[in-house]
Design a protein. Structure first.
Length: 382
């Protein structure tokens, strides 16, 4: 039985699913895992080397360590994950920040008038998420305000006053993407201190789906969920290739598994003032899976397409097409989460004219294929 060292054990709970997936893959390969907390002090490298010698460690999965430790473990098959300090020649398994930004834009929808993205100054992964979010909005003809705070990404609360002032300048109602969950919670706290109501005045989506943060407030936070399960599988693959004497890829990338939708993006139901809009909504709710299109809804509402589209958006904050697609997406992800659902049957069940149309729609919405999404949804802890 080969022993794999996990060092240092990440303090963040968000990586739990990554490690559970990695361990599940390792057990199938006959590996045993030893997880060690970071060892403080100048003798860190020597003590880690002693652990490896005592346990006869055959592989190392690392995360943000200094050069002395990397040098001490040189020669052992190694995989780094989500690290900005990966040693040369070591395969890096990391997330696709652009995919997270796109998923956040899709989650907030394109029916609003005001959007903002909140990130960290001087942090590359934050900038990548911000750019992708703004670019996806621009594709739909929408603008986006950018707010950047100068604070540690794990302690955004230290910039509370600046964040509060920046949020106060946004026009309500506003839809906000915060580049990680800690920042999303800080945005929520700052907006509440202004007397704003979430989600009526401000809708918020974070990233990483760290439940200890997202579930800590009476207004639970929606969050982009990385495909941690697939990331763990990629790490096991890169490790196994090295153990067999092969050369792994330099990089392995995993995307978003979807969005955990909670109270911070929920739109409370309000009965439309216009009876035609109410007829349109009822028709969509009853027939969205039967292949209906925008002209079908317009005929049910009565009136010109231009007028119906305008009144529908005014009442709901979304276009007719966006509303149809949201309903289909909700049904689609529900069906995909079931172990017995057949992908080949989904176009007919969800109202798509062909498998190609469904595949294009799903990739546009999530940045991944249905198979990739399902792999993440059905991984451990999903």
């Amino acid at each position: 039985m080969k022993t794999i060292l996990l060092y240092p054990r990440p303090e963040s709970t968000k990586y739990r699913e990554f490690f559970l997936s990695l361990m599940a893959e390792g057990r199938r390969r006959g590996w045993r895992f030893v997880s060690v907390d970071r060892i403080p002090g100048p003798d860190e490298a020597a003590r880690v080397r002693a652990i490896c010698s005592d346990l006869k460690v055959a592989g190392w999965v690392g995360y943000h360590v200094g050069k002395p430790v990397s040098a001490a473990l040189f020669g052992i098959p190694t995989v780094f994950f989500d690290s900005g300090s990966c040693p040369p020649g070591v395969p890096l398994v990391h997330h696709d920040n652009a995919a997270f930004g796109i998923a956040a834009a899709e989650a907030l929808g394109f029916g609003g008038e005001n959007y903002a993205v909140v990130g960290f100054a001087g942090i590359r992964w934050s900038r990548a998420r911000e750019r992708a979010f703004a670019a996806r909005l621009r594709e739909c003809g929408l603008d986006c305000k950018a707010i950047r705070i100068d604070a540690p990404f794990f302690k955004p609360y230290t910039a509370h006053d600046k964040l509060r002032r920046a949020i106060s300048k946004l026009k309500r109602p506003v839809s906000v993407f915060a580049v990680n969950d800690s920042l999303a919670d800080a945005v929520l706290s700052s907006s509440e201190s202004l007397g704003w109501h979430c989600p009526r005045d401000i809708r918020i989506v974070g990233c990483d789906d760290d439940e200890l943060i997202c579930m800590a407030s009476p207004v639970t936070l929606s969050s982009v969920r990385p495909d941690w399960g697939f990331g763990g599988k990629l790490a096991a693959e890169a490790m196994e290739i090295q153990m067999r004497g092969g050369k792994p890829q330099k990089e392995y990338v995993y995307g978003a598994a979807g969005v955990a939708r909670r109270a911070s993006t929920r739109t409370p139901y309000r009965r439309p003032v216009d009876d035609r809009v109410e007829r349109g909504l009822a028709f969509i709710a009853a027939e969205f899976a039967s292949g209906i299109s925008v002209p079908d809804v317009v005929r049910k509402m009565g009136g010109s397409r231009r007028h119906c589209e305008r009144r529908f958006r005014e009442e709901t904050g979304k276009s007719i097409l966006e509303t149809i697609e949201d309903r289909r997406m909700d049904l689609l992800t529900t069906l995909l989460g079931g172990e017995k659902a057949r992908i080949s049957a989904l176009p007919r069940q969800c109202g798509f004219p062909s498998a190609a149309a469904l595949r294009g729609f799903f990739r546009r919405r999530t940045g991944m294929s249905m198979t990739e999404w399902r792999r993440g949804a059905n991984s451990p802890m999903a």
